[in-house]
Design a protein around this ligand. Structure first.
Ligand code: CMP
Length: 139
């Protein structure tokens, strides 16, 4: 089915001027960027976005990293977009990511791993509405 997923190009990637290169990987995989903006997250926003990880030992590090430089938040659309995007991103840990994936190409570590993607259709809906109004999404 045609789906939408929430993607974030993380600070390690925006800092290295890789936004276009990451977008090229997505577009060549058949995902359409139907909404996109570059923003500076606050600690409050990043903490709320990653609330499910609140009890994890890396939560503090994750929040401060996500606020360390601008991020690019985007909505990607395509057939089976949630799972397809996760395949294109590659494993969370770049050491385990498959050839040709964004994380294999660009990620620096498990924390500074260049991109985020929703992990289910239900979370995609929540994460998209966290950053975008329906009127900002233009397929
Ligand atoms: P993301 O898909 O954005 O969702 C949660 C993030 O937590 C994950 O990508 C990783 O970047 C980060 N993360 C997961 N495990 C660790 C870890 N062991 N140390 C630091 N960050 C982590």
């Amino acid at each position: 089915a045609l789906e939408r997923t929430l993607s974030i190009i993380k600070p390690d990637a925006t800092r290295r001027n890789l936004t276009g290169k990451v977008n090229t990987v997505f577009e060549e995989a058949g995902l359409r960027i139907v909404a996109q903006k570059r923003i500076q997250l606050t600690e409050k926003q990043a903490g709320a976005f990653y609330e499910v990880h609140k009890e994890r030992p890396f939560f503090g590090e994750l929040v401060s990293f996500m606020c360390s430089a601008p991020v690019v938040v985007q909505v990607l659309e395509g057939e089976n977009a949630v799972a397809h995007h996760r395949e294109v991103m590659g494993a969370t840990n770049p050491a385990e990511a498959a050839e040709g994936t964004v994380r294999k190409l660009y990620a620096q570590s498990i924390g500074e791993n260049s991109v985020h993607g929703s992990d289910s259709l239900e979370n995609a809906k929540r994460e998209i509405s966290f950053f975008f109004a329906e009127t900002e999404i233009l397929p």
